[in-house]
Design a protein around this ligand. Structure first.
Ligand SMILES: Nc1ncnc2c1ncn2[C@@H]1O[C@H](COP(=O)(O)OP(=O)(O)O)[C@@H](O)[C@H]1O
Ligand SMILES: [Mg+2]
Length: 235
């Protein structure tokens, strides 16, 4: 297991949103996390990245307890996070945005190499490296946000709704990139509203309802009667 979340209770200002959640990620696995709005999906990613309150439970990454580690330490350990809503720095160039991903990295040679790797993965970012991020399309901004996380050379990538607000064709490209990234050995947790696409690219899926894991399974989860109509629009 690369990540093991045990008995997690987490939330905000004394309010418990996640109730005894267990979730595991194996090496080089894509895990999809789906469920209704407000179920706590973003909170679960935030709890791994120490951006909400953790009341009890443990988060173990590669046999090390990372519960409540500060953000820069988490990045050093190999965990990177792409928040919901294409968070790019609008008035910085593409290149500057990527460099922001490297703000904690001391070895500038490694940073240079990682930026090259990201350019190889997303050639349009290289072509437009001096363009302001605000001038990129929605899909391009999302890939820039993912690229910025990849600069940190993660072993585990947390993606919160990367397809949100994208046209179907662009969405497909983003999902393809995510699979490519995973094929290079990076484990991924992807939170998605597009349940069907997420389940299809994932090795395993968890369904979160009211802060609890309601179901866990492989692609056969798409056929599960309990959820078919709710999340997958019937047949
Ligand atoms: N910063 C916050 N402070 C207080 N409550 C929050 C905060 N962020 C989210 N919540 C609440 O936590 C619950 C779960 O939210 P969230 O994790 O964003 O759900 P999801 O991502 O599944 O839509 C919601 O009831 C939401 O209102
Ligand atoms: Mg969310």
């Amino acid at each position: 297991m690369i990540l093991r979340i045990n008995n997690l209770k987490a939330g905000y200002n004394g309010m418990e949103i996640l109730h005894k959640v267990d979730l595991e990620v194996r090496p080089a696995e894509i895990v999809a996390l789906i469920g209704p709005n407000g179920a706590g999906k973003s909170t679960l990613l935030k709890s791994v990245f120490n951006l909400c309150k953790i009341y009890s439970g443990k988060i173990i990454f590669k046999d090390k307890d990372i519960t409540k580690l500060p953000t820069h330490q988490l990045i050093y350990q190999g965990v990177s996070y792409v928040p919901q809503g294409r968070q790019v720095f609008s008035n910085l160039s593409v290149k500057e945005n990527l460099e922001m991903g490297a703000f904690i990295m001391r070895d500038k040679e490694v940073v240079k190499r990682n930026i090259q790797d990201v350019y190889n993965k997303f050639p349009f970012l290289k072509e437009r490296e001096n363009e302001l991020a605000i001038n990129l399309s929605g899909g391009e901004q999302q890939m820039l946000a993912i690229g910025r996380a990849l600069i940190q050379d993660p072993e585990l990538l947390l993606l919160d709704e990367p397809s949100l607000g994208l046209a179907p064709k662009i969405m497909k490209q983003v999902f393809e990139k995510i699979m490519e990234i995973n094929k290079q050995g990076i484990s991924i947790i992807i939170v998605e509203q597009n349940a069907k696409q997420a389940v299809n690219i994932a090795h395993r899926t968890y369904i979160l309802e009211d802060g609890k894991i309601a179901l866990e399974g492989g692609k056969e989860i798409l056929q599960d009667d309990r959820i078919k109509n709710i999340y997958f629009g019937g047949r």
